[in-house]
Design a protein around this ligand. Structure first.
Ligand code: CP3
Length: 348
C-alpha cells in the first residue's frame, strides 16, 4: 500500500532548502485548550491520556487547528511522555498539576524498564497518524514527534516537572554510567517511535528538548548532542528523505550551532534567541523555525504585530518556518491567532 504523503507542501519545501516568502506557519501545541472545540473533544474523551490513546479523538484534535487556521503543518496530538509510559512507567496527568510518573532514579528502576515499547500503548498513536494523514489536505504536512532523551529523562528521574531539573542533573553527575544507560534506552525507544510514526504517515519529525538550556557545555554535548546524533543517523539510514527538526529550548548560540551540525534539517529557536546572530551563524546549514514569544500572542495589538514584522524581516531571504518560541498557552484569545495568521501571510 502506498501511504498518502504531503505533496506541494510549503513547509517541506523550506525544510528541503528553498526559502519562501511568506514563510510557512504552524504553532507548537496548536491543538489545545485555547480552542473550544478541543475542550469539547477532551471532555468527551474523559481525560488527556484517553484523548492521546484514542485514534479518532487524537486525529480529530490534530485536524482542528488546520480547519480553523489553515496552518502549513499539523502536528500529531500526543505527548513526549508516551515513551516512558510505553516502557512501563506509570503516568497520570492530574488536572492543573502537570504529569506524575513513577520515578526512575536507580539501577533497579532502569533495569525494570521494558526492553521495547509496549505496542498496545504506542499503536494508537500510529493509527491516529494514519487517520490524520488520510484526512489532511495534500499540501499540509504532518509532523510526528518525541521528546529528546535528556528532556524525557528529567521527568522520569524526578517523577514530575521541576523548575531546574536538579534531580536528573544530580543523577547524571553522581552516576554517569547509570544515567547513560537510561539515555541509551531512550535513544533506542525514540528511534523506534519516530520510525513507526514516519511509517504510519508522518512527513517530518520534531524532537523537543525543552530543558536543554540548563546544562553546562560538556553535559549538553554528552546528554543532548550525542543522543541526538544517534537518533538522526538512525533516521537517515531508515528514512533519508524525512526531515528532522530539533528544538533545543534555552540553548546558547554556541549550543544551537553544535546542534545544527548533527544532520538535522532545522533548528527551532525560542523567543530569547538573537535572530540576527542565529541567522548569521546557522542559516547556511539549517532551516530556522520560530520564534514569537507566546505571551505576545496573548497580549495582541502592537506587541504582536510589530514582532511579526521583525521576525519576517530578520529571516527574509533565508529558510524560515514561522512558529512560536514555545507552546501556545491556554489563555490565548483565538482572535489573536487569526491576527497572527494574517500577519504572517501578508504580502510585503
Ligand atoms: O504541539 C502539539 O499541538 C502536539 C501535542 C503536544 C502536547 N505535548 C500536548 C499536550 C506536544 C508536542 C507536547 C510536547 C510536550 N509534552 C513537551 C515538550 C514541549 C514543551 O511544551 O515544552 C513536554 C515537556 C511535555 C510534557 C507535558 N505534557 C507537560 C509538562 C504537560 C502539562 C503542562 C500543560 O501544558 O498542561 C503536558 C500536558 C499536555 N500535553 C497538554 C497538551 C495539549 C495539556 C493537557 C490538557 O489538555 O489538559
Amino acid at each position: 500500500m502506498t501511504l498518502p504523503r504531503a505533496t506541494q507542501s510549503r513547509f517541506l519545501k523550506v525544510l528541503g532548502g528553498a526559502p519562501l516568502d511568506p514563510p510557512p506557519l504552524w504553532m507548537m501545541r496548536q491543538a489545545g485548550r485555547y480552542l473550544p472545540e478541543y475542550r469539547q473533544v477532551r471532555a468527551e474523551a474523559g481525560g488527556f491520556l484517553k484523548l492521546c490513546y484514542t485514534p479518532k479523538f487524537a486525529a480529530e484534535v490534530t485536524l482542528q487547528p488546520i480547519r480553523r487556521f489553515g496552518f502549513d503543518a499539523a502536528i500529531i496530538f500526543s505527548d513526549i511522555l508516551v515513551i516512558p509510559h510505553a516502557l512501563g512507567v506509570e503516568l497520570a496527568f492530574e488536572a492543573g498539576e502537570g504529569p506524575r510518573l513513577s520515578p526512575v532514579g536507580d539501577a533497579a528502576g532502569v533495569a525494570a524498564l521494558a526492553p521495547s515499547l509496549d505496542r498496545a500503548k504506542v499503536e494508537p498513536v500510529y493509527d491516529a497518524i494514519s487517520l490524520a494523514r488520510a484526512a489532511l489536505p495534500r499540501e499540509t504536512a504532518l509532523i510526528g514527534f518525541c521528546g529528546a532523551p535528556w528532556t524525557v529523562a528529567t521527568y522520569m528521574v524526578a517523577g514530575h516537572g521541576t523548575d531546574d531539573q536538579a534531580p536528573a542533573r544530580l543523577l547524571a553527575l553522581r552516576d554517569p554510567m547509570l544515567f547513560q544507560s537510561l539515555i541509551d534506552r531512550l535513544v533506542e525507544a525514540s528511534i523506534a517511535h519516530l520510525c513507526a510514526q514516519i511509517e504510519a504517515g508522518a512527513d517530518a519529525v520534531q524532537i523537543f528538548d525543552t530543558w536543554s538550556g540548563v546544562l553546562d557545555p560538556a553535559s549538553f554535548e554528552r546528554w543532548c548532542v550525542a543522543p541526538m546524533t544517534r537518533i538522526v543517523e538512525a533516521l537517515a539510514a531508515h528514512h533519508p528523505s524525512v526531515p528532522v527538526i530539533a528544538f533545543p529550548k534555552g540553548a546558547s548560540l554556541e549550543a544551537l550551532e553544535r546542534m545544527a551540525q548533527v544532520g538535522v534539517a532545522a533548528i527551532g529557536l525560542d523567543w530569547t534567541a538573537d535572530r540576527r546572530a542565529a541567522r548569521a551563524r546557522l542559516s547556511d546549514q539549517v532551516t530556522l523555525q520560530g520564534n514569537l514569544d507566546p505571551l505576545r500572542l496573548i497580549a495582541g495589538g502592537a506587541a504582536l504585530e510589530e514582532e511579526i514584522g521583525r521576525i519576517r524581516s530578520d529571516f527574509l531571504g533565508v529558510r524560515h518556518i514561522f512558529n512560536l518560541g514555545h507552546g501556545i498557552r491556554p489563555e490565548t484569545p483565538v482572535e489573536h491567532v487569526e491576527k497572527l495568521v494574517a500577519g504572517v501571510r501578508r504580502v510585503l
